[in-house]
Design a protein around this ligand. Structure first.
Ligand code: NAP
Length: 287
């Protein structure tokens, strides 16, 4: 099966490439090779490769910067998705990734796929815009997987930042009043490859690792496992702080745990507890 992957150099794009199986002919294109905002480029790439499935791992993901770069965020996260829809026929399946930031975080129990959306900022709004393009224009051939708190063994994520700070600072302050679920990009990639094998699966899905914690809880577990697997050599205090002690341009949902039961049933696959997935990634980094 021929599959075109966008955003190939991103965190998820790389995780997807690491798990590709021999039966898949993967055309993995970075933002330099395929700019989703350029409708002509999208048309040309799809005409050239004629994929059976497109996995859209490309996105504008800079949550804070999006507040001042709204046009760019919308161009990539909504218009880019529309460009994919417009360049494909009914024969092409579209697998797309969205975010917990479509919710306002006022809930106290996990958000189901049918829960009302209400993004708090530009990033969440633009990602919701992308979802709506697929659900309104190509519902019968689209599968949208919302995820959250993504990290991998590579750089540019919370795990990497924490490990760096734990090596260089004498203490850390980490937000303890936002709840969600850390999610290994490898686990999400495995779920996406399973979705590729199941063409009847369409609509909205939720995938994160299992369980829930705060950013502070995530940081403490990173330190514990980092010490255990030899990535860290000393313990530093990690002080819990409130969101208002760490102001950011974009407001974040205070609670963004996703209900995944319907997704686990649809995919026939369950996520690992987030602590176990983290241990695997830290072991991989240590190796
Ligand atoms: N990271 C998280 O915590 C998180 C949480 C929830 C949902 N998600 C969603 O999960 C998906 C994957 O996220 P990620 O963490 O892998 O993000 P990422 O590491 O930032 O990767 C996104 C990729 O998209 C590319 N891109 C940006 N603009 C593009 C354009 N116009 N055309 C083509 N490619 C473009 C980027 O390339 P450049 O670097 O060259 O710009 C980058 O390689 C996204 O849909 C994101 O919204 C992420």
């Amino acid at each position: 099966m021929k599959i075109l992957l966008t955003g190939a150099h991103g965190q998820l794009g790389q995780a997807l490439q690491q798990l590709v199986t021999a039966d898949v002919q993967l055309v993995a294109l970075s933002s330099q090779q395929l700019d989703l905002v350029d409708a002509g480029q999208v048309q040309a790439a799809i005409a050239q490769h004629q994929p059976a499935v497109i996995i859209n791992a490309a996105a504008y993901t800079q949550v804070d910067k999006a507040e001042s770069e709204s046009a760019r965020a919308w161009a990539v996260n909504q218009q880019g998705v529309a460009n994919l829809v417009n360049a494909t026929t009914a024969a092409t399946r579209l697998l797309h990734i969205s975010t917990d930031f479509v919710f306002d975080g006022l809930a106290h129990t996990p958000y189901t796929t049918t829960a009302a959306t209400h993004p708090l900022g530009v990033y969440g709004n633009s990602k919701l815009g992308g979802e709506q393009v697929l659900l309104s224009q190509a519902p019968e051939r689209s599968c949208i997987i919302r995820t959250a708190w993504l990290y991998s063994a590579g750089s540019k994520n919370f795990l990497h930042t924490m490990l760096q700070l734990m090596q260089t600072r004498d203490s850390l302050r980490v937000v303890a009043d936002q709840r969600g679920t850390p999610t290994s990009a490898a686990g999400l990639a495995a779920a996406l490859w399973r979705a590729v094998q199941l063409p009847a699966v369409t609509g909205l899905l939720h995938w994160t690792d299992d369980g829930e914690t705060t950013w502070h809880g995530f940081a403490c577990e990173i330190q514990r496992l980092g010490l255990q697997y030899g990535l860290l050599h000393r313990q530093v205090p990690i002080h819990p702080i409130a969101t208002h002690d760490y102001p950011t341009p974009a407001q974040r949902p205070a609670y963004s745990v996703l209900d995944k039961e319907s997704t686990f049933a649809a995919l026939g696959l369950r996520a690992l507890p987030w602590q176990r997935a983290l241990a695997e990634v830290i072991q991989q980094r240590a190796a």
